[in-house]
Design a binder for this molecule. Sequence first.
Ligand SMILES: C[S@@+](CC[C@H](N)C(=O)[O-])C[C@H]1O[C@@H](n2cnc3c(N)ncnc32)[C@H](O)[C@@H]1O
Length: 281
Amino acid sequence: MTGQKSDFSNIYVQPDPRAYYGTLARLDYEIPSHGTRVFGAILDTLPAEADGRAPTVLDVCCSYGVNAALFNHDLSFGEIHQHYTHLEDDDPDAVIAADRELFASRRRPDAVDFVGLDASEPAISYGLEAGLLADGVAADLEGGRLTDDQAARLEGVDLVTITGGVGYVGARTFDQVLDAVDEPPCVAALSLRWIDFAPITDVLDAHDLVVEHVDEFVVPQRRFTGAAERRFVMDQLDAMDRPATSVERGGRHAADLYVARPARMAEEHPIGDIVDALTDD
Ligand SMILES: C[S@@+](CC[C@H](N)C(=O)[O-])C[C@H]1O[C@@H](n2cnc3c(N)ncnc32)[C@H](O)[C@@H]1O
């Protein structure tokens, strides 16, 4: 097997997200938009909603808070990217001030608290300063451990989400996160099909969550950067004995949905009903 996924690590460590939106918009990036739909459908089933308490979401590999930006505001990925075309020459402080204003003006009345976890300190700082994250933990839990203070900040989480992050993080991160949360939370992951999710499933299972993988819900992440990346993905899928879907054959990375929930919640809200509602949209 040769090649690898294209490396964009420099765009995740800037003081503001201009390079992130610019680079990924050119590749028709759409995974956070799918995440927003999926997370909304799962949040609708949470007891916290029924209790009238706004739920708290922990977004793992949150980067600059894109999932919080899309979920809590009347803004699309494309609109946020467009907003930056007028700020190309500004310094990061001016960009952050403009972003803060934009998000405050488009905040949805049903916004929920997002806590962000990411290894990138600048991305977490931006998310807090732009008003996207209620709290942020800058930590690499694949290589290190949550401090007591960081763990305490994850106690009240109701839903753990991840888009574009599986592969960067795996079982070690999920194990520590689930240890830190008081009541067993729900977990919703959109994970590239060519990355093995099984080690994370084992951890979710060990934390007494029912893990469901929804075969028929496959969404595009972004276009391949070129023939080499396409060949790499097809080779990985072959090695895993997973047939390529029409999304990969059409030139894009594809992501699967994994949902993990306490048994009672999985029984009360069958995953099939949640996915039906999503695919009817
Ligand atoms: C592809 S981006 C995904 C960002 C965002 N969730 C999205 O959907 O666009 C991957 C993110 O994972 C973060 N990351 C990489 N390794 C990590 C680790 N070991 N622990 C936490 N975050 C990590 C990077 O800083 C980056 O923000």
